[in-house]
Design a protein around this ligand. Sequence first.
Ligand SMILES: [Mg+2]
Length: 276
Amino acid sequence: MFLEQTSIELIHAGVERGSFGHVLFDFDGTISLIREGWQQVMVPLLVETLSRTPEAEPVTEIQQLVERYIAKSTGLQTVYQMIWLADEVSVRGGQALAPLEYKAVYNEMLLARIDQRIEDLKAGRAQPEDWMVPGARQVLEGLRQRGCTLFCASGTDHEYLAVEAELLGVAGYFNGGLHGATDDYRNFSKKILIDRIIEDHRLAGSDFLTFGDGYVEIEDTKGAEGVAVGVASDEASRSGVNVAKRARLIEAGADVIIPDFREQQSLLEWLFARRG
Ligand SMILES: [Mg+2]
């Protein structure tokens, strides 16, 4: 069911809404497209690493295993994906590196892919809008105008998050702070942050709203009884819904699915309308 004359899909149309004061955003794939294509770096790295182990299955099987895992773990801190990798290497009789070493290899490969984008933004050869989910800035503005406190949470390392949010000119909207991953990974997660926001501000779950394109933030939000908007962004084409993301977000419990924020005005009107 779609909100009239929009591509805003209401999965749980009856969800409680109207009083959100605290709003969490995921960063990559939800606001930023700078890291678009990270899966094309992580999947081959994991597949190749696992294929080199003594007891490796045929590569097609490993490919499927890795793709399933990445889909399910999107939104988690990178280090957990690398802990998974190290475990899977050991299970197959291989000598695993430390997860933080795998993470350093991955970061280096990904940075090689996105370096040009960052340099172009820094030099003004690219505009922030070139590397943002359409309408993201407007939705942040609209929420601040409604008096919301905005938080940004990312599984990407904090140092990168801070630079990239600044380059896109969105850091200033997050009056609740930017919260990226650190090497002290046990003490940070989207779940810890969500639980802390709800506890600190004594919120009912339904006062809390999340926007994300990953399984993890949607599941954690629904676990805290908040409202979750799944952003099924097609990061490469920048228009329409990514069908695989949509399915995963619905499975994680998303209340609403949007392709991007082009219709943010209708979306915010619906989210902030008190019913009855
Ligand atoms: Mg994301």
